[in-house]
Design a protein around this ligand. Structure first.
Ligand code: WTA
Length: 652
């Protein structure tokens, strides 16, 4: 494990530009008193308990936190229901006819669901799930595109106490099967397909393929999203149409009182081994974390239209499209399509069409927009925007400045939010009414969050230093375990520095105490904001009959942050060719999904290894990025590397 060497750290820490909140913004902000940081640091439990009062509880907690490291229980003994908090209570208030979900679909569809309408839809589907035999504690897999029914399905699960496991619609049949089996899901909710750039993504066909070996699945609910443009088959006795089921379901359904620590959902993410980890989030702590951070980081106001461009298949969509905003009674925009259909001005057209006030997107998207040119956003007013945010990967100062000037018109504070699937909600971020931002820095831990940068021995580093980011106190929305694998939870996150959560990210602190995230220090890649493990892609490659061995690295990429590069040795007698490269890429798409498709594949006769036969990916990264090779003393055979370097220069 090493800190990323490719970054120009000193240049980063030299960033002098600061952007304090505008006075007008500061005055109206949900939080504008810097004393909140100290108050929360002195009494984090009291702080979280205070914020928890924004939710409706069926029964109070006896204790805010029970911490037996690394096992946390928050709001011990309390009872509540997440969907009641996100939907019902608003539907029975002055927000009844307020837009909850504003949906912009492809091609040309749109739909608005008020809180009242959302409540009825959720209830119908919750009753449907009950009629299929779903009971509290069951796991339900969801494999859909970005349609309102995806949020409805999640909220219906939460209403009756079933845990959902949403699988991103871009994942392959195999990836879906693996996740269904790990969670032993009872029901799969999917659609006939989803739209992507005018083409149909055949979700049901992939689901059918996944379902050949999923003994736990009893029923499949299929939403008709596409209709005639896709051919699907329905298996009698197993597959049921969403619209048939809800047609007869009652729109009334009481919310199941859940224990604070009951599981709300599982979400799979990549770790440093081939097998994805099922991150477990529970009811009370997660909702407190999601709603509190949404309220303050995004400074949400009653009349705001808030848009997070993530897919709900990732944690950003869970927390900041569904649970955080809806718990706060906010109007959420949900977009089914891509930024370049029908043209490259799509996002800006949507901002103007709906008067979006808050936009939350990813650095990869921003860098893509930069490449497309200022002329696209320049065609639109963007005057409704008042706050803009980013998430998913470090944002380089150039992209930050471009976002600030071209999208924010120098008027909107930028919140660069650092967090993870495991953390459940934002951990490090500016508070827009308090923090003076610096381009490229996520600034400081939020109130109630304790983060430190430590060296290899776990000693905190001082200003100007760099090391590993750890979270040194429990927080409400933290993961509780890895589904079915508590040892891996302990091992992965809590064994390197006892009592502290290891994030896997490198980080620097500047003289003002601002944090500068440097990317992963483990074998996890971040490709266009998506977490993909090198081992996952390697396993997919060696699964191909022609491949003997594969080493995969994330190579620095101007737009995507990292791109996947694979170094492959072929089996005896297999002929290297461009056609084979293409075949291997497709093989990875088939095994995992298009997000994991390697950008380039490089055939080699040998891979650089240590004497204990570990592949030295670090050196491969040096080669791929054309750098002077790092420390090679542990190599078993240094000629392998020299040969590889020569060959890469010729072909790479
Ligand atoms: C990276 C996404 C720098 C980081 C919410 C982390 C970031 C991983 C930022 C988690 C940011 C996320 N600045 N890096 N603002 N946000 N990351 O689980 O490496 O998909 O560990 O959660 O993304 O990715 P995940």
């Amino acid at each position: 494990m090493s800190l990323p060497s490719e970054k120009n750290l000193s240049a980063l820490l030299d960033e002098r530009r600061t952007f304090p909140p505008a006075e007008e913004f500061r005055r109206r902000a949900n939080w504008n008193d810097p004393a909140i940081y100290d108050r929360a640091a002195k009494d984090p439990e009291g702080f979280w308990a205070e914020e928890a009062k924004h939710l409706d509880w069926f029964a109070p907690w006896q204790k805010v936190l029970e911490w037996d490291a690394p096992w946390a229980k928050w709001f011990v003994g309390a009872k509540l229901n997440v969907t009641y908090n996100c939907v019902d209570r608003h539907a029975h208030s002055a927000r009844r006819n307020k837009a909850a979900i504003v949906w912009e679909g492809e091609p040309g569809d749109s739909r608005v669901l008020t809180f009242d309408m959302l409540e009825r839809e959720v209830n119908r589907f919750a009753n449907t799930l009950k009629s299929l035999g779903v009971v509290k504690g069951d796991r339900i897999a969801i494999y859909m595109g970005m349609v309102p029914e995806l949020a409805i399905a999640m909220l219906a699960c939460a209403k009756i106490g079933a845990a959902h496991s949403v699988v991103f619609g871009g994942f392959s049949a195999e990836a879906l099967r693996e996740r269904i089996n790990d969670a032993k899901a009872k029901v799969l909710i999917t659609a006939d397909g989803s739209w992507r750039r005018g083409n149909v993504v055949p979700l049901k066909a992939s689901a059918d393929e996944a379902l050949t070996e999923t003994p736990s699945i009893e029923k499949v609910v299929v939403l008709k999203r596409i209709g005639k443009a896709v051919q699907i088959s329905m298996k009698p006795g197993r597959d049921l149409w969403w619209h048939d089921l809800v047609a007869n379901a009652s729109d009334e359904c009481a919310a199941e009182p859940m224990d604070a620590e009951d599981m709300l959902f599982i979400l799979y993410t990549s770790g440093t081994t081939g097998k994805p980890k099922g991150i477990v989030h529970t009811t009370a702590g997660y909702l407190v974390g999601a709603s509190t951070t949404h309220r303050y980081v995004f400074d949400i106001k009653e009349d705001d239209v808030y848009w997070c461009t993530a897919d709900i298949g990732w944690v950003t969509g869970h927390t900041y499209i569904v649970y955080g905003p809806l718990a706060n009674g906010a109007t959420v925009l949900m977009y089914e399509g891509t930024p370049d259909v029908p043209d490259r001005g799509r996002f800006w057209a949507i901002v103007d069409k709906y008067g979006v006030n808050i936009l939350y997107t990813a650095p990869t998207a921003i860098r893509t927009f930069m490449r497309w040119g200022k002329e696209w956003p320049a065609k639109y007013k963007l005057s409704s925007l008042r706050l803009i945010g980013t998430v998913g990967e470090p944002i380089n100062p150039e992209a930050w400045m471009w976002y600030h000037e071209t999208i924010g018109h120098q008027r909107c504070p930028i919140v660069d939010t650092w967090w993870q699937t495991e953390t459940g909600c934002a951990m490090i971020s500016p508070l827009p009414g308090i923090t003076a931002t610096k381009p490229g820095s996520a600034t400081r831990p939020l109130p109630g969050i304790a983060a430190e940068v430590v060296d290899a021995e776990g000693k905190p580093v001082g200003p100007g230093g760099g090391g590993y980011l750890v979270l040194s106190k429990p927080w409400p929305a933290m993961l509780r375990t890895i589904y079915g694998d508590p040892e891996r939870y302990v091992q992965n996150y809590w064994s390197r520095y006892p009592g502290k959560y290891f994030t896997g990210d490198g980080c620097k602190i500047d003289a003002d105490g601002y944090l500068w995230l440097l990317g992963r220090v483990d074998d996890v890649m971040n490709v266009a904001g998506h977490r993909i493990s090198t081992f996952e892609v390697e396993s997919a490659m060696v699964d191909h009959a022609s491949v003997a061995e594969a080493a995969v690295i994330g190579k620095t990429h101007e737009v995507k942050g990292q791109a996947i590069s694979a170094f492959v040795t072929l089996k005896e007698g297999v002929h290297a060719s461009d056609a084979l490269k293409e075949e291997l890429k497709q093989h990875v798409v088939m095994k995992i999904g298009a997000i994991a498709k390697p950008d380039d594949i490089f055939f080699t006769s040998e891979l650089p290894k240590t004497r204990s036969a570990k592949i030295m990916r670090r050196l491969l990264r040096d080669i791929a990025e054309g750098r002077v090779l790092g420390d090679t003393t542990t190599l078993a055979d240094s000629t392998v590397l020299a040969k590889l370097k020569e060959q890469y220069k010729d072909e790479g």
